[in-house]
Design a protein around this ligand. Structure first.
Ligand SMILES: NC(=O)c1ccc[n+]([C@@H]2O[C@H](COP(=O)([O-])OP(=O)(O)OC[C@H]3O[C@@H](n4cnc5c(N)ncnc54)[C@H](O)[C@@H]3O)[C@@H](O)[C@H]2O)c1
Length: 309
């Protein structure tokens, strides 16, 4: 049985997973310790989560938060990362909480590694139900700054890996009646970002397009393919962001709160579970409302005195 310590949703401590028998929102809001949860949502499912290593001691990444939450809901998880120490840390955390996980250390840009990691999940656990393509690296630069080397690396890590891991995952999912693929893109793949990052924007936009195509191609085989577009969440990828910028990032979004890796993990858990069995081809922004807002409303969120009567 997995058990995580109590937390406040937007506080610094760990997230407590939802329980089927108790009002977990109430527990989280009041900051009380969560009791043991009944594992049902992902029971008997096998999941691969890429980029699931714990690379920061201070703040979660999306992959690690998702691997932990999947395991807490009963999934057996293959943690994929090129950083062995980071992957082992996630495995240890999952096991200490009573979950089941195995590591697979690889650079996901090689097709041979994509095949090998799917094979490893099936050999270890006998099937494959869920693939969370969370691995990603930043790709900075306006067009005049872009080098071929950076462009190729970002495309390979962020975009090619999701397609080539899916290439081997989909046939395995079909063998057992279907599955769920969740691709982690970004709001930067929908609209231009604050920073100049043409390679990253192109890769994430490509992930969104590939998600829709794959969802349509594999609907009849009951392989669902959905995409999450995180907004300006505070994770290990952006640990360098200072307090002033964190406040601005928080203030500009309609909800006015700071998102964390756990917010993406919760959306991913829904998309991974049978609760979303009739949902495929969806682009789900998890962004405090940022993608719903027009430019004027964003200004309103930052400046108290700007609103028109
Ligand atoms: N953090 C944000 O603000 C934000 C916003 C929007 C989207 N995203 C997306 O969310 C996803 C996860 O972000 P995160 O914050 O968890 O990132 P992170 O940097 O904390 O974690 C990424 C992990 O991937 C691993 N990795 C990198 N390249 C690899 C490779 N080639 N092969 C195997 N492993 C590799 C790293 O070792 C690291 O452990 C990414 O796709 C990112 O683009 C993040």
């Amino acid at each position: 049985m997995a058990h995580y310590p109590a937390a406040t949703l937007h506080g610094q401590s760990d997230y407590s997973p939802p329980c089927s028998k108790i009002n977990y929102r109430k527990l989280i809001r009041h900051g009380k310790p969560a009791t043991r949860c009944e594992i049902t949502r992902l029971a008997n499912k096998v999941a691969i989560v890429t980029g699931a290593g714990t690379r920061s001691a201070n703040i979660s990444g999306v992959g690690v938060a998702t691997a932990k939450l999947f395991a807490s809901h009963g999934a057996k998880v293959l943690i994929v990362d090129m950083n062995e120490e980071a992957a082992n840390t996630t495995k240890r955390m999952i096991e200490e909480a009573g979950g089941e996980a195995t590591t697979f250390i690889a650079d996901v840009v090689q097709e041979s590694a994509c095949k090998a990691l799917v094979d490893a999940a099936v050999e270890r656990y006998g099937r494959l139900d869920i693939l969370m393509n969370s691995v990603g690296i930043g790709g900075p630069g306006a067009a005049p700054d872009v080098t071929q080397e950076l462009w190729n690396r970002v495309m390979d890590v962020d975009l090619k890996s999701m397609v080539f891991i899916s290439k081997y995952a989909i046939p395995e999912m079909i063998k057992t009646g279907g599955g769920s693929i969740i691709n982690v893109a970004s709001v930067d793949g929908i609209r231009a970002a604050m920073t100049k990052n043409v390679p990253y924007a192109a890769a994430k936009g490509g992930m969104i397009a590939a998600t829709r195509a794959m969802a349509v191609h594999h609907g009849r085989e009951n392989v669902r393919v959905n995409c999450i577009a995180p907004g300006m969440i505070y994770t290990s990828m952006v640990e360098y962001v200072d307090d002033r910028k964190r406040k601005l990032r928080r203030d500009i979004a309609p909800l006015g709160t700071e998102g964390k890796a756990e917010d993406i993990a919760m959306a991913a858990t829904f998309l991974a579970s049978d609760e979303s069995r009739w949902i495929t081809g969806v682009l789900l922004p998890v962004d405090a409302g940022l993608m719903a807002a027009g430019p004027q409303s964003l200004i309103n969120n930052l400046l108290d005195d700007y609103e028109y009567e």
